[in-house]
Write a protein that binds this ligand. Structure first.
Ligand SMILES: Cc1cc2nc3c(=O)[nH]c(=O)nc-3n(C[C@H](O)[C@H](O)[C@H](O)COP(=O)(O)O)c2cc1C
Length: 213
């Protein structure tokens, strides 16, 4: 592909608009409304979100995870607590999550503090996973360097033999919950004059502001 081909990729955004008046006063309700529309729009992974963390040297890294629920006002995802992201969150519990729903020309940014959910909550979700996904959680020391694919396949078989029926929750696996301090809802508009509505948490409720595109 030549450079110009990338440079010339551009579209006009025309699918919607946002004003401080037509959004909900509660960002969770606004998220719920948009997510409902996302579910009707034919995305392959509607609940995929990018989670950005940073390590002890303040170096950021981002990856996709799946939103698995909104629990006590926190956005919940599941992962390996000893993974790169898990280690990052150990030293810096602040993170940012981002949804980009291109069919709807929308982006949502959420920032806040991350906590582990309880072991009981993690176990309740873990037990709903298919057998082989549960085994996979035992077999993969997520983010560690491995010799080849065989390394993890050998572990997979080892744990299938070990746990023939009930698969317990691994100690190093579970949920995190990001508790938002802010939300930003972005709706693409023509001529790059996009609508951006930001919510900042106040003592009681949320402050709503419009940001320049
Ligand atoms: C569509 C999609 C969904 C994913 N969902 C998850 C998930 O829910 N949990 C998870 O730990 N990794 C998930 N991953 C893999 C992560 O992007 C990442 O590779 C992994 O968590 C290791 O990241 P880390 O080394 O930064 O900790 C997903 C990847 C994609 C592309």
């Amino acid at each position: 592909m030549d450079k110009k081909e990338i440079q010339n990729l551009r579209r006009q955004y025309t699918k919607g608009s946002l004003t401080a008046k037509n959004v909900s006063k509660d960002p969770f309700k606004q998220f719920d409304k948009w997510f409902g529309e996302v579910l009707k729009s034919g995305f392959l992974e509607p609940n995929a979100m990018i989670v950005a963390t940073s390590d002890k040297f303040c170096k950021p890294s981002a990856r996709v995870v799946l939103l698995k629920g909104i629990n006590n006002n926190g956005f919940v995802f599941f992962t390996n607590y000893k993974s790169k992201k898990g280690n990052d969150l150990e030293v810096n519990p602040f993170a940012s999550i981002l949804f980009f729903w291109d069919i709807l020309e929308r982006q949502v940014r959420i920032e806040g503090k991350v906590e582990k959910i309880t072991k009981n909550e993690s176990d309740a979700y873990f037990q709903t996973r298919p057998y082989k996904s549960k085994i996979g959680a035992w077999a993969s020391k997520q983010s560690s360097v491995i010799e080849n694919r065989g390394t993890v396949l050998k572990e997979f078989i080892k744990y299938m033999v070990k746990f023939k029926n009930h698969v317990p929750l691994p100690d190093s696996w579970g949920g995190y919950k990001l508790i938002p301090a802010s939300f930003e809802f972005w709706q693409g508009r023509p001529n790059r004059l996009h609508d951006r509505i930001k919510y900042k948490r106040k003592k009681n409720g949320w402050k709503i502001e419009r940001l320049a595109p």
